[in-house]
Design a protein around this ligand. Structure first.
Ligand SMILES: Cc1cc2nc3c(=O)[nH]c(=O)nc-3n(C[C@H](O)[C@H](O)[C@H](O)COP(=O)(O)OP(=O)(O)OC[C@H]3O[C@@H](n4cnc5c(N)ncnc54)[C@H](O)[C@@H]3O)c2cc1C
Length: 460
């Protein structure tokens, strides 16, 4: 009998009548995943794929369903602030770290076989609308050596990228202004963009079809077990705590306790904040070290440019970090740029700063591709990067302060493309106790504890 059944029975004996909804909400599970975005859903999928009924997996998501009511209509929206649904959906192998390259190569393979992975009986086959248009990274002379080194590593791992001299760049992309450039690197396969919503939906639908349970609610606190069960000669049991479960505030305002064996934190930009709810935050002890993840606001502008580079244009990354990509076939493009440290906007809301486009994005865009001189902003949105302020890379693995807490967070703007491989890696860590396919141990929390950053040079 599960503990949830026991709670149910206790309530009945006390004469409390449970609503059907209350009865449906689990009170105990083997693995509790906080965050039902692309990462939490990919982890749930892989855990259920591997264990089927062997593990009870529950995902808590605070923003699953939102009903917006107007006088004349109502709209159901969800994942409004999640990184996943506000992402640009780019997939590239052009990274500088082996792990990031391998994760993206795996995603391309996963997409090729997505129907085998994520189809569900009776449902439409999954389609993430992958556009294989490649990335084009551009570099000035002083940083060209990094592009060359990165390309060498990418090729050694199986990526198909080609380095392009100025002449080749002009020949291949006649709409490009090569002033100030020295070299380019173009991805020839497995790179492009896809629809973030479709990937999230496909993972979630499949995970649920395999038996993962999604609870709509917000984690607002945690319960701890008295006396740690952690057995390790080097570690005092007083230092290492044990999470008994999470306190979850449901949509109707009621708060329940949801107990678990293992907990995985996959709450995107809110992961650092949730760590604080667990009591993490003191820098002076490895057992209470904060999770170095915070929201950082990023704008995406949708512009119309009828004479733009057109169908065959790749996702272009200017040396300044300014990027654009085609959106659909009607002369529309998405573009943006990460702000500098001094320009970082406040993160208390997701309002768009249109002046940022006028002053910081457009001039660079129009310089690099003169056709963009005549473009018009049609719409824009802002989303939160799940920013790892320590070294702008994912944190995947165990937190030393708890014997049963794992993390998959801090992807810093390149997470959606890593979800298939990270989901599988977390599953391996939980079931096998080690990474079996892609070795992600360098992305573990130890590097933060030891203060040895693992920098990725190709952050956009
Ligand atoms: C503008 C923009 C562009 C991007 N472009 C790209 C790109 O081109 N390529 C790429 O690979 N990546 C990109 N990213 C990054 C990518 O979107 C993220 O790395 C990825 O989606 C992270 O997924 P996640 O599931 O960890 O986080 P999220 O999608 O944020 O999911 C976390 C979930 O946790 C839930 N949650 C939070 N707190 C609680 C709580 N207390 N209780 C319950 N639930 C909670 C949230 O509601 C959320 O749904 C971009 C991001 C942005 C903002």
């Amino acid at each position: 009998m599960f503990k949830s059944d026991f709670v149910d029975m206790k309530d009945r004996l006390l004469g409390k009548t449970l609503t059907a909804r209350e009865r449906d909400i689990p009170r105990f599970c083997d693995v509790l995943i906080i965050g039902g975005g692309v990462m939490g859903s990919a982890i749930a999928y892989w855990l259920k794929w591997r264990t089927l009924d062997g593990l009870k997996v529950v995902v808590i998501e605070k923003d699953s369903t939102v009903i917006e009511k107007n006088p004349n209509s109502f709209k159901v929206r969800s994942y409004r602030d999640s990184s996943t649904t506000l992402s640009v959906g780019g997939l590239r192998q052009q990274f500088s770290l082996k792990e990031n390259i391998e994760l993206s190569l795996y995603t391309a393979d996963f997409f090729r076989n997505i129907k085998e992975h994520l189809s569900v009986k009776g449902g439409d086959p999954p389609d993430v609308q992958f556009n294989p248009s490649g990335y084009l990274f551009l570099s000035a002379e002083d940083t060209a050596h990094t592009l060359v080194e990165n390309a060498r590593l990418q090729r050694s791992l199986g990526a198909k990228v080609e380095l392009l001299s100025l002449e080749k760049l002009k020949e291949k992309f006649p709409w490009l202004n090569t002033e100030g450039l020295f070299l380019g690197c173009h991805g020839l396969e497995n790179e492009g963009w896809f629809d973030p919503w479709s990937l999230l939906f496909a993972f979630k639908r499949k995970a649920m079809s395999l038996g993962a349970e999604y609870v709509e609610g917000e984690v607002t606190g945690f319960n701890f077990k008295q006396g740690s069960e952690y057995i390790n000669q080097d570690i005092s049991s007083e230092d290492v705590k044990h999470l008994e479960g999470a306190q979850v505030k449901l949509k109707d305002g009621q708060t329940i306790n949801l107990n678990c064996g293992l907990m995985v934190l996959a709450a995107g930009p809110q992961s650092g904040e949730i760590g604080r709810l667990m009591g993490l935050g003191a820098q002076n002890s490895i057992y209470t070290a904060p999770i170095p993840v915070e929201p950082r606001k990023r704008y995406v502008y949708s512009v119309h440019c009828p004479d733009g580079p057109g169908f065959s244009s790749p996702i272009l990354i200017d040396p300044s970090g300014t990027y654009f990509r085609r959106e659909g076939l009607g002369g529309n493009y998405l573009c943006g740029r990460s702000p500098t440290d001094e320009e970082e906007p406040p993160t208390d809301n997701l309002e768009v700063d249109y002046d940022f486009f006028e002053s910081k994005v457009w001039p660079i865009l129009a310089h690099r591709v003169p056709a963009f001189e005549k473009c018009k902003v049609k719409s824009a949105w802002a989303g939160y990067y799940d920013f790892n302020y320590f070294d702008e890379n994912a944190v995947i693995g165990h937190h030393p302060g708890f014997c049963n807490l794992y993390m998959a967070t801090g992807f810093s703007g390149h997470g959606i493309q890593q979800a298939p491989g990270v989901g599988r890696a977390v599953m391996e860590m939980l079931i096998d106790g080690e990474f079996k396919t892609i070795d992600l141990s360098r992305l573990s929390f130890e590097r933060y504890i030891e203060k040895i950053p693992l920098w990725e040079s190709n952050i956009v």
